[in-house]
Ligand binder design. Structure first.
Ligand code: DGL
Length: 265
């Protein structure tokens, strides 16, 4: 464990690493603790009530054990469901959330056609619908739920074969043509998907902007930490905790590439 209070970055699996790498870049001296609830992965398929109580119980334990100075929920599926309840349960801990980047997409689109690529859970959320009503009512927003992409992103990241056909099927629904206009922005509303963005660019039927919110989330973390004591330069690697306690050399090597050392729960 890092000697000073870490910033805890949470996801169900490896997707939150897209946010961790931006946080590491902007906050090089801040001790980070990466937590993946991989025992529950993929959480995009979970029922809302069960997932909410699992997250609340897990965070009770994590916040008690690690006393983080801030928590980043680097997961749309978790934050759109339980963000409010987590903040209410831990009023002294600043939470930085991840929500589908519908507002920036609505501000940037030229065609007015935007798609939101997310897990089935995020697509179903009231939170997502209200983002559309509040910020994108003038746009045509297509919600595309994928049951497979988070797992495919993990395979890709682990160096396993993922075919263009498999990916193409999952993103096909994002591309819409209407009255001579075409979708011009696809919101990557699952933190796993930026790992596949270059693959998506190659197979897309036409070029679009793939909106990755990771940098904006890291910038929000910087703002939240402004009044807190800064971390100091250390030689140590940051820790990563996976709830299934995996014995996996491949995973250890992958995490080492992100400056992380796998610890036991
Ligand atoms: N990375 C998560 C997100 O941003 C979801 C992956 C999963 O289904 O577990 O929504």
């Amino acid at each position: 464990m890092s000697p000073s209070r870490p910033v805890l970055i949470f996801d169900s699996g490896l997707g939150g690493l897209t946010v961790l790498r931006e946080a590491r870049y902007l906050l090089p001296y801040e001790p980070l603790l990466y937590v993946a609830d991989d025992a529950a992965f993929p959480i995009g398929r979970w029922q809302e009530g069960e997932l909410r109580s699992r997250l609340l119980t897990l965070f009770e334990e994590l916040i008690g054990a690690y006393q983080p100075k801030a928590v980043v929920i680097a997961c749309n599926t978790a934050f759109t469901l339980a963000g409010e309840a987590l903040r209410a349960a831990h009023p002294d801990v600043p939470f930085v959330g991840t929500v589908p980047a519908i507002k920036p997409a609505a501000e940037q689109t030229s065609s007015g056609l935007i798609s939101v690529l997310a897990t089935p859970g995020t697509v179903r959320r009231t939170y997502t619908r209200s983002l559309i009503d509040s910020f994108a009512s003038q746009c045509h927003v297509r919600l595309v739920g994928s049951d497979a992409l988070a797992e495919l992103a993990e395979k890709h990241l682990r160096g396993e074969m993922v075919s263009d056909e498999e990916l193409g099927q999952e993103i096909a629904g994002c591309f819409l043509e209407q009255d001579g206009r075409r979708t011009d922005i696809v919101v990557l509303a699952c933190t796993h998907y930026p790992f596949l963005a270059n693959r998506f660019r190659k197979i897309a039927p036409w070029p679009v902007d793939w909106l990755d919110p990771a940098e904006a989330i890291a910038r929000q973390l910087v703002r939240v930490l402004e009044n807190k004591e800064a971390g100091a330069p250390t030689e140590t690697r940051d820790d990563a905790l996976f709830t299934s306690n995996p014995q996996d050399r491949g995973l250890e090597r992958l995490l080492a590439g992100f400056g992380l050392h796998l610890i036991k729960r």
